[in-house]
Design a protein around this ligand. Sequence first.
Ligand code: GBH
Length: 502
Amino acid sequence: MSQEADMWAQADQTTISSLTGSDIPVENLKLPANFVWGAATAAYQVEGAAAQDSKGKSIWDTYSHLEPSRTNGENADVTCDHYHQFDEDVKLMKSLGMDTYRFSIAWSRVIPLGGRNDPVNELGICFYNRLIDCLLAHGITPSVTLYHWDVPQALYDRYKAFLNTTEFRADYERYARLCFTRFGDRVQSWVTFNEPYIISIFGHLNGSLAPGHCLEASTDTKTEPWRVGHTLILSHASVVQIYAKEFQPSQNGKISIVLNGHFYEAHDESKQADIDAAQVRLEFYIGWFGDPIFLGKDYPASMKEYLGARLPSFTLEDLELLKATCSINAFYGMNHYSTKFARQLTTPPAEDDWTRKIEESAVNSKGEEIGPASSMPWLRIAPGGFRKLLNWVWKRYHLPILVTENGCPCPGEADVKIAMDDQFRQRYLGLYLDSISQAIYEDGVNVEGYYVWSLMDNFEWSSGYGPRYGIVHVDFNTLKRTPKKSAYYLQETFKTRRKGQP
Ligand code: GBH
């Protein structure tokens, strides 16, 4: 038995059976009549056609071709070939009953060199026009993310992208204006950035995602991730202001940002330090961006106190911009997958510590696991944490929540039989939807919609094609798409369960 199949066999017995108890009332799941659902993807992960029609290189084109490989020997030059097969993909979404599709625009496809004085590539514009028109023709609402991790390589070469706030902001403003001008007559839902935490920490601190900046000699991991975050916050606010002033009056769309984050439980519930650690971890992960962007305030006090001069300061002008734009954000975009335990350590921290010395783990002080593991060790089924996070976000920011990503890869999914009859995923999705239902009906949280990650198996960044997150299976030799059982599970669930009034 392969190692993966073995993992699945274990998960099958302990996991699935332990999750089918009557205490988990998925059978009673209900959702509001106007709740919307769909699937999410990101340009680099699904499009392929990496160098076609004058597309410029992004940092991911570079990163996925490094030697030795940082991406499991794989790249997304072709991946799902959504660039050529989007028409079939849209029909599939339609047949599954989706209301909306969240995708991202590859900046270097529409402005190959990325900068504010660089030429626009009409062939790239044409691709997104065709995709948007096709969605609308099938009655599917497009939701567009301007940035899902693929900054044009030329901007990285010129000034290190996010590390130069002034330059990046000006180039990003021009890119956003271009998108609003060309697509805003038909797109009414915009996301500025996907997961600023990941861009800052994974891209510029530990380097496990592009640009993998910490690998370079001149790097300063003590301050750079926080500078990147600062750039992202101010660039977001500028673009929100531009949209509100120049486009919203005629286009009537809505705009916001997508933040990801695990929920955190105390590692030892009897220790105040661990209870505090769970809260502080949420502030460092989510409050970092959420407080300035949605509350128009400075960074959380816990961050300022711990990071001191490592954290950039907002000028008075910055704070005015944040105050003026915070209430324009129309929703809280939440990417959420799992929950962890947080434990306060007391050993001296590393110079570039980014957590206030809080350790994350899947097991608590009593040896209990947070939940059954998927094929990614960090991603465990823990729907209770999801419900708590929905409450935490609602209480802190009071914005309607759109779950912009949620999903998992199944243990053993390399085996096509397991991929097609994906019980682990169906159970995960059922339980997570049930948490939404409970948050809405029992806790009074306003959740407006749900996007499963992902429409189809795709290039999973540094893990290449190993983990499969799709509700549609992709055979990467033939590129054939086949819906998994979870796709039909979601189709049926949204067809039959959307009736209740919140
Ligand atoms: C999302 O990010 C992305 O938006 C999407 O493109 C991606 O395909 C999808 O998730 C699935 O991964 O250090 O233990 O926390 C999720 C963000 C957060 C996933 C950090 C991996 C690393 C493990 N991620 N996590 S851990």
